[in-house]
Design a protein. Structure first.
Length: 220
């Protein structure tokens, strides 16, 4: 499982266990869109504490852009009447870091990204994120989208008893067509090139030599 998504599952379970949200956590749903083997990831999520899962099956090798994933999530959110979506800040293959933000835009919900701490005050959610030089805390009302960063928590290991229990939990299998979503790719990779080879550095004897060399290179 993507480590950022592990943080999402862990935080969802902790909100329930600590009763952080006064309204209570009715249901924790894990979601994945991918080939049949993605079901293994969902089993792990349920062993960590998710109640059930939704798996949108795609063909092996099919890649879905962040916009397509966000559209699928939007359809699931509306179908399940969800008021809080917690997801990893980015994938670990293309590192796009776009899905959460796009989903918030499609739903018209508030968003807080790169969460390192989440707390609740009634229907208000405060999210702390690390920024250059310190931290920043934002507050919004439910419903909202939160994306997770590495310092949010430390995910638990799925114990053997919970792994066995997860085998009895439900994975609802859907197709893209079932959700009425168009996930046609909008982007096409034209080419991939390596950066130019860097020239080796050189040594100078003293400060005057360094200044002369910089002038020679046109740096000063």
């Amino acid at each position: 499982m993507n480590p950022f998504d592990e943080l999402s599952i862990e935080e969802s379970v902790r909100i329930r266990e600590k009763k952080s949200y006064g309204g209570g956590v009715e249901d924790i749903i894990a979601f994945s869109a991918g080939p049949p083997k993605a079901a293994d990831i969902l089993r792990t999520a349920m062993a960590m504490g998710a109640d059930r899962s939704i798996h949108v099956e795609t063909k092996e090798g099919d890649e879905i852009e962040p916009l397509g994933i966000a559209k699928l999530l939007k359809a699931v959110v509306e179908k399940e009447n969800v008021n809080l979506v917690i997801l990893g800040k980015q994938s670990i293959d293309d590192d796009s870091a776009q899905t959460g933000q796009i989903l918030a835009g499609l739903l018209g919900w508030g968003q807080a990204t790169q969460a390192s701490k989440v707390s609740f005050e009634g229907e208000k959610v405060s999210v702390t994120q690390e920024v250059d030089g310190g931290t920043e805390t934002v507050r919004a009302s439910l419903p909202m989208i939160i994306t997770t960063d590495l310092r949010l928590n430390e995910p638990r290991y799925a114990s053997l008893p919970n792994i066995m229990k997860a085998k009895k939990k439900k994975i609802e299998k859907l197709s893209v067509g079932d959700l009425g979503v168009d996930i046609t790719r909008r982007l096409k990779t034209l080419k991939v090139t390596e950066p130019p080879t860097r020239q080796g550095g050189g040594k100078v004897e003293d400060v005057d030599g360094m200044i002369s060399k910089l002038k020679e290179l046109g740096a000063i």
